[in-house]
Write a protein that binds this ligand. Structure first.
Ligand SMILES: *Cc1c(COP(=O)(O)O)cnc(C)c1O
Length: 381
């Protein structure tokens, strides 16, 4: 069976993890700092704060901005459930807006309609790595006094208007923070892990405290000095630390990022070419001012397709191709049934029914990609 994805790890990652273990320093330490620098340099931001998962990154960014009970954050329902869950973890309520038909990214017009007196922020998701039209959200944010937080869980290595995703935190009037995930389903992995990037120094300091039980940074940074400093815990924090073992893997993964992106884009181009003359499947729409990392490759079913998506997936599986269902809808899941906006998501629902994900991973061989392409034609007969 050709899997939907596979992490791209080698001996370098194994050696780096072993070296961290041998060093005796296994929790957050020098390798976490090194990984943070690598991600901040790549994105072009002043700060990067490593955490234990993408969900932790989202929760921490919102908490760091002071979002909590009584507040609302607008986000797409059409996203992995962690987007909405992270908002709930702060005590705030997610409010769902619809997505655009062409990109499956949050629709700025739908977002504007959902803004209410309790709205504090917009959580913009770069769906399966495809950058959303950030400038339009910045304009809405400015007009309504809202923060923009990017759920960039899938989008490391993608670009928007000449900057890598994450880098728009460094733009005047840009995002407050962007959050990455390093789950094995994403473009690079540390097993589990996440990162918040930001250009705001006070926010970065607060995130560093909040990820470590609220411990004052001054006390934490004196670790190893002779002087004994009693730490203080001035606000409620969490344990969202990344370990040095994970960060050691992350440092090696960052070295591979360009190669990973090159390979993913080449495979995606093969799918694009194959689907260009398919009778009822087509490839994704990529706007001109963005670059995607193809964290996933979403194929779409034409309106006149004689089959449903679940039938296509089932038939591909019979041919040993593990295609996956399209992006989920959080409002279909029990904790989010009753959210504000959940009854007005027509485009999201249609997009969910008409899309499926094809196998794509950097080490995918030519024979494997051709097997997928052949299967896409076999199922038309
Ligand atoms: C994967 C993902 C997350 C959560 O990341 P974890 O590291 O699994 O916690 C959040 N949002 C989106 C859009 C994701 O794809």
């Amino acid at each position: 069976m050709i899997p939907i994805t596979r992490p791209f790890l080698g001996d370098e990652e194994a050696e780096a993890a072993a070296a961290a273990v041998r060093s005796g320093w296994v929790t957050q330490g020098p390798r976490v700092a090194e990984f943070e620098s690598a991600v901040a340099d790549y994105c072009g931001t002043e700060h990067a704060v490593a955490v234990s998962s993408g969900t932790a990154a989202l929760h921490l960014a919102l908490a760091g901005l002071g979002i909590g009970p009584g507040d609302e954050v607008i986000c797409p329902s059409m996203s992995f459930v962690a987007t909405a869950n992270a908002i709930c973890m702060t005590g705030a309520a997610p409010v769902f807006a619809d997505v655009e038909r062409r990109t499956y990214n949050l629709d700025p017009r739908s977002v504007e309609k959902m803004i209410g007196p309790a709205t504090k922020a917009i959580m913009v998701v770069h769906q399966i790595g495809l950058p959303a039209d950030l400038e339009r959200f910045y304009a809405i944010g400015r007009r309504n006094g809202l923060e923009i937080v990017e759920d960039a869980a899938c989008a490391l290595g993608s670009g928007y208007r000449g900057r890598p995703i994450g880098g728009h935190c460094a733009v005047e009037g840009g995002s407050a923070a962007a959050c990455f995930s390093f789950h094995p389903r994403k473009v690079i992995t540390t097993g589990e892990g996440g990162m918040v990037v930001t250009d705001r120094p006070e926010l970065a300091d607060r995130l560093r405290r909040l990820r470590n039980h609220g411990m004052s940074v001054a006390a934490a940074s004196r670790h190893g000095s002779r002087e004994f400093v009693e730490p203080s815990y001035d606000e409620l924090g969490f344990n969202y630390r990344m370990s040095d073992i994970q960060a050691a893997v992350g440092v090696e993964q960052m070295k591979r990022l360009d190669d990973i992106l090159r390979r993913r884009r080449k495979l995606a181009a093969r799918y694009d070419a194959a689907l260009a003359d398919h009778p009822w499947l087509c490839g994704p729409f990529i706007p001109e001012d963005v670059q995607t990392n193809y964290q996933s490759y979403a194929a779409r079913l034409a309106d006149e397709a004689p089959v449903r998506c679940d039938e296509v997936i089932a038939r591909l599986r019979e041919l040993d191709v593990a295609a996956g269902a399209g992006i989920m809808l959080a409002h279909r899941e029990k904790p989010h049934h009753q959210r504000r906006g959940a009854d007005k998501l027509t485009v999201s629902e249609e997009a969910n029914e008409r899309s499926l994900l094809l196998p794509l991973y950097p080490q995918m061989s030519e024979a494997e990609v051709e097997q997928v392409v052949d299967s896409l034609w076999k199922i038309t007969k």
